[in-house]
Design a protein around this ligand. Structure first.
Ligand code: ADP
Ligand code: FBP
Length: 331
């Protein structure tokens, strides 16, 4: 089948580098003589037929811009088959020959369903700060989110040190510890609470107290930074704050980094990844591939079928986890 016109959506949590990916898709299509449109706000735009032509003039200077010019959204309706069928019909009505979905795991579930009801190709590109998509080493936005977290953690260290305080810093990741683990290592944090290793609040408090007392043998009167993955602490971080204040007598403060981790100009790793994956997605579509994610393995673009993406298989790096245990005791 000849591809004459394709569409793009950005769906789920936005991530720095989504714009760079849109640019890459448009430029690759331009050189192949393919027309490109974008639907606004993910699957919502697809259902409302809200498309805009993406001329190459529109994507100039987009490489370095955070956010997504197409806007993003979570569309609950799309979980129902009737709406997926409606989207397939809308794409046919607009004579679209292929769809590229830039998003996370949820967006790919929608893309997989759409592929079931639509005979033209649907290709996913992993875009989420969480890096929680199996089958790809990295996702677009992940490196920028870590950079943002590390810059904040460095600043927190300055004020924590001045007051000899303990800081609990809440970072994003949904149910995955990739941002937490790597921002903790890169900022020299004293402890990290990860969903992958969390057992119970009581056990984690014991671990924290043990680390703090060992660290104090080396560094008296020092500050402590504890990075905690969001949504993990039963009852919220103020419960941990209270128990640490009680046990140590030290002032404990909480900082939630929140959505700043999703914003900002993408770092070079995300620009490069987004550019590679956007181009790869277009080339794969031209070759006739469908129902796949364009991912990256050892710096080489790969294609993985949606039904082969095993969400359990994406693990934190075991070397990093071991290293963290030994380094954190020394500061
Ligand atoms: N099981 C599903 N079936 C169909 N569509 C889904 C499904 N899960 C998620 N989606 C669609 O993908 C959107 C984004 O999913 P979400 O999990 O919020 O973000 P992300 O794609 O970043 O993981 C949802 O709002 C919905 O429109
Ligand atoms: O913007 P919202 O709806 O508050 O969502 C917050 C969630 O989105 C994320 O920032 C990104 O997650 P997804 O890319 O999977 O959507 C998570 O880290 C966080 O838990």
């Amino acid at each position: 089948m000849t591809i004459k016109k394709i569409a793009i959506i950005t769906s789920g949590g936005d991530a720095p580098g989504m714009n760079a990916c849109i640019r890459s898709i448009c430029l690759s299509c331009e050189s192949e003589g393919i027309e490109v449109v974008g639907y606004r706000s993910g699957y919502i735009g697809l259902l409302k037929k809200e498309s805009i032509p993406l001329h190459t003039s529109l994507v100039q200077n987009l490489l370095q811009r955070g956010g997504t010019i197409l806007h993003s959204a979570r569309c609950e309706k799309f979980r129902k088959d009737q709406y997926v069928k409606q989207a397939a019909k809308n794409l046919d009505d607009e004579e679209i020959d292929g769809l590229i979905v830039i998003g996370g795991n949820g967006s790919f579930k929608g893309a997989q369903k759409l592929q079931y009801y639509w005979d033209k190709p649907v290709i996913g590109v992993p875009g989420t700060i969480d890096n929680d998509i199996a089958g790809t080493d990295y996702t677009i936005g992940y490196h920028t989110a870590i950079q943002t977290a590390v810059e904040s953690l460095d600043k927190v260290r300055d004020t924590a040190e001045a007051f000899e305080r303990i800081f609990l810093v809440d970072v994003m990741g949904r149910e995955a510890g990739f941002i937490a683990l790597n921002s903790a290592i890169s900022s020299g944090a004293d402890h990290v609470v990860l969903p992958e290793t969390f057992t119970s609040a009581a056990e984690e408090v014991m671990k924290i107290l043990d680390k703090l007392s060992k660290r104090r043998l080396h560094h008296k009167n020092s500050s402590h930074i504890i990075v905690v993955t969001e949504n993990i602490w039963p009852g919220g971080l103020n419960i941990l704050q209270q128990s640490l204040e009680k046990e140590t007598g030290v002032d404990v403060r909480i900082l939630t980094l929140g959505h700043v981790q999703r914003g900002g100009s993408p770092v070079w790793q995300d620009r490069l990844l987004a550019t590679k994956l956007g181009t790869h997605a277009v080339h794969e579509m031209i070759k006739g591939k469908k129902g796949v994610m364009a991912g990256i393995k050892a710096a080489i673009p790969v294609s993985i079928a949606f039904d082969q993406i095993d969400s359990e298989s994406k693990k934190l790096n075991p070397f990093s986890m071991q290293m963290l245990e030994s380094l954190m005791l020394l500061g």
